[in-house]
Ligand binder design. Structure first.
Ligand code: PRP
Length: 207
């Protein structure tokens, strides 16, 4: 049996559809219910619905053998897991955004609001730009609008949130997509099953 942590929400539903096509169905999973654990013994899978930012924790600690997490989470928290496959889903980008006329005079530390302090710090360190990180948990776009920060480092998917708040992408940090990850010990014990699932899923991505 493979225990798989899926990110709750729209991405998780797309991921499940891919796994279903790959032969790991569990139809009950899509029922509108509050249950969080679903099993299909025949297909050898047990799925958990997990908050997207928590998937890597379940996998790192072995509560799940496999999981699907965004590259943003993997870069930010650097969990000790194996990254097996880019699923090509949940595509978006990490970007620096701010008012369209923003000009960095470089005279003081740049105020950067973000949920991704690690990614933002590493990015500006590479550029040799001193920053003052303002850690927020959501609605990051508000920060430059209210003058709390100069810019933000955040996920941009459609760009709608930026547009509707009169902000623009100033710099691209990196592309992001969902990755299949594995617990390191589980990978050793269940190598054949894990590799088979990976190949079956990969076949469906390419199909
Ligand atoms: C994410 C991200 C942006 C938005 C980007 O927020 O932080 O705010 O989505 O999507 P868009 O480019 O399609 O508009 P999320 O919905 O996760 O909410 P949050 O405010 O809690 O971060």
């Amino acid at each position: 049996m493979l225990n798989i942590a899926l990110p709750k929400g729209r991405l998780g539903e797309k991921v499940y559809a891919l796994f279903e096509k790959a032969g790991y169905a569990c139809p009950e999973l899509l029922q509108d219910s509050r249950r969080l654990i679903f099993e299909n013994a025949g297909a050898g899978v047990r799925y958990f619905w997990v908050k997207p930012s928590d998937v890597a924790i379940y996998v790192e600690r072995g509560a799940a053998d496999l999981g699907v997490a965004g590259k943003d989470i993997l870069l930010e928290y650097e969990p000790e897991v194996y990254e097996l496959l880019d699923l090509g889903l949940g595509k978006c980008r990490m970007a620096v955004a701010g008012p369209k006329d923003f000009y960095d005079s470089g005279l003081r530390a740049l105020k950067v609001a973000t949920k991704f302090a690690g990614i933002a710090s590493a990015y500006y360190e590479r550029k040799g730009r001193e920053i003052d990180i303002i850690r927020l948990n959501g609605s990051i776009e508000l920060a430059p609008v209210l003058g709390l920060s100069d810019v933000i480092v955040d996920i941009v998917e459609t760009g709608k949130t930026l547009r509707e708040n009169d902000l623009v992408v100033l710099e691209e940090v990196m592309p992001i997509s969902a990755r299949l990850i594995a617990n390191k010990a589980a990978y050793q014990f269940k190598t054949a099953e894990v590799e088979k699932l990976k190949e079956n899923v990969k076949g469906m991505i390419d199909a």
